[in-house]
Ligand binder design. Structure first.
Ligand code: NAP
Length: 564
């Protein structure tokens, strides 16, 4: 930040609140702060709303939560008129939905697009944040809400020569709006996570030659997507309150809830029949609606993994290729399960080749393609589906400094620590929607909760003339201990993935860290809500200057939606 002098206590604020990011989190946060009568601005790096659904416009990008369980539950006006065309809608439709919400609620007038935040510094004297963009423009606000997304900082592999490639190249998370033509092209895809798998399915249809560079395979199961008829949509609309209620009750806010039985409560025949029916059902049922002990019991997990491995073998003609696509280093469901539509069958096509880069590592990118230790490949297009610097990565890319200049990077060295996933010790008046150690799962459900909690806290401060709030160290520690206790015994926490903080493309993220809360969403929400119900005893407030009642600020709510 250019201006490092201490601010005066009377420093003028440009805004009551600045929100960083205009994805699902930032849009709803803006709506709620307007309802409080606050003057709020959203800073967004892109040129449109939607966050994840704005940036990830690669072919095949689509929901893997049921469309109708994903939309905002608070925005009745849009629920009443919006029709999802498929049970798992594609990116263009999701982006259109986000725009419809933004336009219906007139949100865009308070969103500053093409505005990437470079730095955010808290000033103790004035209890305010000074937020600076990469172009040097800066703003001052009382509150700062980060709505950065968990998976929004794409990471490129550390290959030599990436920039030397003469063809077209791109990361799935930074897809050009004009699209990329694969028709008759020789295409490489590096990476086989959920993004790569969705892209491979589509690119394989038109590329003359598709070469997939896989490091470690993932366990994928069929999405079983289908269109939604008019009658079905009307039925869904009538059931929205029940659908959203169900999502409030499940561990991951999906419509699927774990079977309370142990897999061993059933005979082998019944167990396999149950898995067969889950494999044939749409969505995450086989992961989120399975026996609870697939996540904790090694033997149950092994049996389920064997079941899915057999499905993969049945779908692939060449047993060697099938073997390459079956994970050996982790059990089913211990990493995020990509959902697919004919993904495995792509590898039966004449024009598709699978290269295992653990056996024949990529040496470098050349001007004409990719060189492995074994071969030289020529390509017209290289797609990097190499994932994100997840959860903390988007914070790391901003120079965030809290009270007395404490940097967030230093604070989180060795792993993040937060209070309820939404606040950080020494970072007053900063709130994180979907921050580290908060609930994950079907994101809009958790976003709506987080935004509600943050808005209630800001409302409490405004009503009581409080100028600062900070998390107390003992409560941050207690939250960390709670999150750590929830990680115990889960097989997923013994595996390298973005959910355990590992990204080999990012220096310092080679080892597992406790980056996510892995308990249930209802328990998470209950703990957060108890803090609010208890009058925020865990937080330390400062300043008692009386503010005018929020309604007097003259920023009317843009719309009159109520919660379902
Ligand atoms: P990802 O799951 O982290 O996958 C990245 C892939 O790139 C992995 O296969 C990884 O291999 C590979 N890779 C990374 N660096 C490499 C290198 N240097 N050389 C070779 N391979 C390399 O990322 P993602 O696929 O973008 O998905 C991230 C998350 O986004 C998902 O888990 C999901 O939560 C979310 N997502 C959601 C949807 C949806 O809702 N529909 C769609 C896409 C993504 P290793 O496995 O060996 O590291």
């Amino acid at each position: 930040m250019n201006n490092e002098q201490s601010e005066t206590a009377n420093a003028e604020l440009d805004y009551d609140a600045i929100i960083i990011g205009a994805g699902m989190s930032g849009m709803y946060q803006l709506f709620r702060l307007r309802e409080l009568g606050l003057k709020a601005l959203v800073l967004e790096a892109g040129t449109g709303v939607g966050g994840t659904w704005y940036w990830n416009r690669y072919p095949g990008a689509r929901f893997d939560s049921e469309s109708w369980s994903y939309g905002y539950s608070f925005c009745l006006e849009v629920l009443e008129k919006w029709n999802w065309s498929e049970h798992f809608a594609g990116q263009p439709e999701i982006e259109e939905y986000c725009n419809l919400v933004a336009d219906t609620l007139d949100l865009k007038r308070d969103i500053r697009f093409s505005s990437r935040v470079a730095a955010a510094h808290f000033d103790d004297a004035s209890n305010s944040w000074r937020i600076e963009l990469t172009d040097g423009t800066s703003f001052r606000s009382r509150y700062m809400v980060t709505a950065l997304g968990l998976l929004s900082s794409p990471t490129m592999p550390r290959f030599e020569g990436v920039e030397d490639f003469n063809g077209v190249w791109c990361h799935t998370g930074e897809w050009p709006k004009e699209g990329i033509d694969f028709d008759g092209k020789r295409v490489a895809v590096v990476g086989t996570g959920a993004s790569g798998i969705q892209a491979i399915q589509e690119i394989g249809k038109t590329a003359s030659q598709l070469t997939v560079f896989q490091r470690r395979p993932n366990w994928c199961t069929p999405l079983h997507n289908s269109p939604i008829t008019h009658a079905e949509m009307e039925d869904i609309r009538a059931r929205y309150p029940k659908i959203f209620q169900l999502c409030q009750e499940t561990a991951g806010c999906f419509i699927h809830s774990h079977d309370p039985r142990s897999a061993f409560d059933l005979s082998e025949e019944d167990r396999l029949a149950f898995w067969e029916s889950l494999y044939g059902s749409p969505g995450f049922g086989i992961w989120q609606g399975n026996f609870h002990d697939i996540h904790t019991d090694r033997e149950v997990n092994r049996q389920l993994s064997d079941f899915v491995a057999e499905k993969i073998r049945q779908r692939i003609h060449d047993p060697k290729v099938a073997d390459m696509l079956i994970p050996k280093d982790h059990g089913f469901g211990t990493r995020r399960v990509p959902q697919e539509t004919h993904y495995y069958e792509v590898f039966n096509q004449e024009n598709v080749e699978l290269i295992g880069v653990l056996d024949t590592p990529i040496e470098r990118i050349t001007p004409t393609g990719i060189r492995t230790t074994e071969r030289e490949f020529e390509f017209d297009v290289i797609i990097y589906a190499t994932g994100f610097d997840a959860i903390t990565g988007s914070f790391d890319r901003i120079d965030v400094r809290g009270s007395e200049g404490t940097t967030l990077k230093d604070k989180w060295q060795g792993g993040p620590s937060t209070f309820v996933g939404m606040m950080v010790e020494d970072f007053p008046n900063m709130f994180m929607v979907m921050g580290p150690h908060g609930a994950l799962g079907n994101q809009p459900r958790s976003i709506e909760h987080n935004v509600g909690w943050i808005s209630d806290l800001i409302g409490h401060m405004e009503m009581n003339g409080l100028k600062s709030v900070r998390a107390k160290p003992e409560d941050v520690k207690a939250w960390h201990d709670f999150v750590a206790s929830k990680a115990e015994g889960l097989l997923s926490n013994e595996v390298d993935s973005w959910m355990t903080g590992v990204n080999l493309n990012v220096a310092g993220k080679e080892k597992r860290q406790l980056v996510r809360y892995s308990g249930t969403a209802p328990e998470y929400r209950a703990r957060c809500d108890a803090v609010a119900a208890g009058g925020y005893a865990e937080l330390e407030f400062g300043g008692t200057e009386l503010c005018p009642p929020s309604a007097a600020r003259g920023h009317e709510s843009a719309a009159n939606e109520t919660n379902l």
